[in-house]
Design a protein around this ligand. Structure first.
Ligand SMILES: Cc1cc2nc3c(=O)[nH]c(=O)nc-3n(C[C@H](O)[C@H](O)[C@H](O)COP(=O)(O)OP(=O)(O)OC[C@H]3O[C@@H](n4cnc5c(N)ncnc54)[C@H](O)[C@@H]3O)c2cc1C
Length: 456
């Protein structure tokens, strides 16, 4: 089972004893389905606004079992869609407001961790994205120009020369890149487990090994009884399709990771990442890495297949082809890594909305709230979601509740087999585009445009 296979699980410093399930029917003020970051941040901020609220979370496995306990630990200001997409849909002021809110979220995660005494290995070293062929270099320029064209200097996104990029990470074939200061590397599982223990200590109930089958206005139906509540929040992200009536809300896409043993000081002298900058290159099929607090490389990427009917299974967390390819890419970036062992392989499901637009909202009439569709950018975004949901639920409207993702509604994904065909075609096109760009140096525009057209 992949949850226990991860580096994060081994280094979380705890025994993962499950909490008891729901004891039968109960009444609360707010019921939350899913004890990942979204559910726990919502509980955390709800309790801090109104400590008298009765809040209960139901979790199918244990807190942190989902993407929150398995991710790459980029606590970043990335948000789907990017500023240009937000400006197109909601206007340039909305894009600037969203950028500022995301910057604050990165800081807020670190602030809460410190205030709560959570040792999450937070290091705000920013993100370097490397351009390693001419097509990626062109994309670096486009990214910086696009961002500046919409939000001016708000993002502080720098275009890097070859030397500038190598100041951060000395990878092979680097031609340039981009750098943003708005990212911290963290230990993701320590954050989610720590949040669970802090909210529980304040009186929030967490029922583990309790599976919700349906969310209804005023109630969550589970295999251990019904939680009746004025407000019910769906915080199930990639697992949402397993809930009754929610099959086409998001597609679960698997992202897989590996981690190495700790590298030697000499190896780190060659690689760099002195400030624990998170790193990627600018290929289409996203890769992401961090230098961990104990000097390993934790590295991941997309590319695993989408499974028919949006199924999620523990066996999908491992894919030898993708895990081996990840090791190959890591060694290609930093050849010295070939001398070190890969000690961990794992993966997990993230959630993608049909228009690749994350959203948060509350349907007050039905008493149902939600947040999700973060693609692979949920670590900081879930914090913003939790603060926003807490304000929506307690009717404390402010700037947060007016951000453009609040109340955004994405259309449903296509029924099968179209969904399977479209998502997997997009995946193959993007990896084909990366191979062609690496060979020819020219941007593979047609493949990219087609992938975008089908929503990938
Ligand atoms: C391998 C990987 C790497 C990633 N890397 C990054 C990264 O570096 N930076 C970043 O910003 N984002 C990253 N992400 C995405 C990020 O982890 C997620 O967006 C975020 O954790 C979502 O949090 P969540 O609480 O909404 O969902 P989850 O953490 O998935 O939590 C949902 C919870 O709901 C529970 N649940 C599901 N169905 C039910 C049910 N029916 N009844 C009861 N409980 C249920 C699940 O067990 C789970 O615990 C990555 C994701 C993956 C998989």
């Amino acid at each position: 089972m992949s949850f226990a296979d991860s580096l994060w699980h081994e280094t979380a410093g705890e025994t993962f004893k499950a909490r008891p399930p729901l004891p039968g029917d109960i009444d609360v003020d707010v019921a939350i389905v899913g004890a990942g970051y979204t559910g726990l941040w919502t509980a955390y901020y709800l309790h801090s606004i109104d400590p008298s609220l009765r809040i209960a979370l139901v979790e199918r496995k244990i807190a942190g079992f989902g993407a929150s306990g398995r991710n790459g630990g980029w606590c970043s200001a990335l948000f789907p869609p990017a500023s240009t997409g937000i400006a197109r849909r909601h206007g340039p002021d909305a894009a600037v407001a969203m950028r500022r809110a995301m910057h604050e979220a990165v800081v807020e995660v670190g602030r809460v961790a410190e205030a709560e005494g959570l040792d999450i290995h937070y290091a705000r070293g920013g993100t370097v994205q490397l351009a390693r062929n001419q097509a990626q270099l062109a994309r670096a320029r486009e990214l910086v120009e696009g961002e500046r064209g919409v939000t001016g200097d708000v993002e502080g996104l720098e275009l890097l020369s070859k030397e500038g990029a190598e100041e951060h990470a000395r990878a092979t074939r680097v031609l340039g890149g981009t750098y943003t200061p708005h990212c911290a590397a963290i230990h993701p599982l320590r954050l989610v487990r720590g949040l669970a223990s802090r909210v529980e200590a304040r009186g929030v109930s967490i029922f583990e090994r309790t599976t919700a089958s349906q969310i209804r206005p005023g109630a969550v139906l589970t295999d251990h009884g019904t939680v009746r509540a004025e407000i019910v929040v769906r915080a199930t992200e990639g697992y949402t399709p397993s809930l009754r009536g929610q099959r086409r809300k998001v597609v679960p896409l698997y992202s897989l990771m590996i981690a190495t043993e700790p590298l030697s000081a000499e190896a780190w002298d060659q690689i760099g990442l002195r400030h624990r900058e998170t790193f990627a290159d600018l290929r289409h099929m996203r890769i992401y890495g961090q230098r961990t607090a104990d000097d390993r490389l934790a590295f991941g990427g997309r590319g695993a297949p989408y499974h028919f009917a949006s199924r999620t299974r523990p066996s999908f967390d491992r894919n030898q082809r993708v895990h081996s390819a990840l090791r190959g890419v890591l060694v290609d970036l930093f050849p010295v890594v070939a001398d070190f062992e890969v000690t961990h392989e794992w993966g997990g499901a993230l959630g993608i909305a049909r228009d690749w637009h994350a959203s948060v909202g509350l349907d007050r009439r039905r008493g149902v709230g939600w947040a999700g569709g973060y693609v692979g950018d949920g670590v900081a975004t879930t914090n913003l979601a939790g603060r926003t949901l807490a304000r929506l639920i307690t009717s404390q409207e402010n700037g947060l509740t007016r951000l453009p993702w609040v109340g955004h509604s994405s259309r449903s994904w296509e029924p099968e087999p179209l969904r399977w065909l479209g998502v997997n075609a997009g995946r193959l096109l993007l990896s084909g585009a990366d191979r062609s760009e690496a060979r020819r140096g020219r941007p593979a525009k047609r493949a990219r445009a087609f992938a975008r057209f089908i929503g990938y």
